[in-house]
Design a protein around this ligand. Structure first.
Ligand SMILES: Nc1ncnc2c1ncn2[C@@H]1O[C@H](COP(=O)(O)OP(=O)(O)OP(=O)(O)O)[C@@H](O)[C@H]1O
Length: 242
């Protein structure tokens, strides 16, 4: 059980997270949703202990630290790997550091994404780098897998097929916390959707609620989506551009 209690994070005078509390049991696929700048990445980094913050994050009652950090993995869209090393080099590094590393899963996912195993990452496209991030996060042997917009740069077919492969791979004790803007694509398989706005937790939607009401409609209502903002923007164009 991951427990986030009263987490507040300030970057100088900017409050990026305000008193966020959330309990995430094992086995859920949690969508972390919110507008640009809502605090999704910041929350993931606070969970992982990468950022100093107020409040407490615990895993099965223990603060996140050297004794349990291996139980969390992170696929970041900021790219965390060594550009001169290949996927195979990264696999060796992970195998040496994470006793529960799942090599079968690594091979399956690198084959699925058709990632060249022996080329340095500097020769990879953005989508390929993200795919390796996801592959390693899912192969580490963690039971809380955090993914921050993992599909940016991946084409539609790779994303849709990947969701299916991921759902087939995950075991009951694995939890995925997935930050994404691709609501339409993920709404069918989320077990829960957590909504952030301006650093505050403003919604926690269960699977049952998502079955009762379309997630995209609910999100638009929650964020007071301004349906006429496109018309307003276009109406400000001079005639010759319109
Ligand atoms: N290193 C930083 N220094 C100062 N402010 C920051 C820093 N990182 C993030 N912020 C601010 O904190 C807020 C939350 O940012 P964060 O990256 O967590 O949002 P996000 O929900 O992940 O956004 P996006 O969907 O655009 O990736 C934003 O206002 C952002 O400008």
């Amino acid at each position: 059980m991951l427990e986030i209690s009263h987490v507040t994070k300030k970057y100088r005078d900017k409050e990026a997270l305000s008193d966020v509390s959330l309990t995430i049991p094992q086995g859920q696929i949690v969508g972390l949703l919110g507008e640009n700048g809502a605090g999704k990445t910041t929350l993931m980094k606070c969970i992982l202990g990468y950022l100093r913050h107020e409040g407490v994050v615990t895993l099965d009652g223990e603060a996140i630290g050297p004794g349990n950090i291996h139980r969390l993995s992170f696929a970041t869209c900021e790219h965390s790997f060594f550009p001169a090393l290949s996927p195979a080099d990264h696999r060796d590094f992970y195998q040496a550091h994470f006793p529960a590393f799942n090599d079968r899963r690594f091979r399956l996912l690198t084959e699925f994404f058709q990632l060249p195993l022996h080329k340095p990452l500097r020769s990879f496209s953005t989508g390929m780098k993200n795919q390796l991030e996801v592959t390693l996060a899912l192969s580490q042997g963690a039971d809380y897998i955090l993914m921050d917009e993992p599909f940016s740069g991946s084409d539609l077919f790779n994303r849709e097929d990947f969701y299916r492969v991921m759902l087939g791979l995950l075991s009951d004790h694995e939890t995925v916390i997935l930050s994404t803007h691709l609501l339409e694509e993920v709404k069918t398989f989320l077990s829960r959707a957590v909504l952030l706005r301006q650093g505050r937790l403003i919604g926690d939607i269960s699977q049952q609620e998502m079955e009762d009401e379309d997630l995209v409609t609910r999100v638009k209502q929650t964020y007071h989506y301004q349906a006429d903002r496109v018309r307003k923007a276009l109406s400000q164009l001079p005639d010759e551009e319109g």
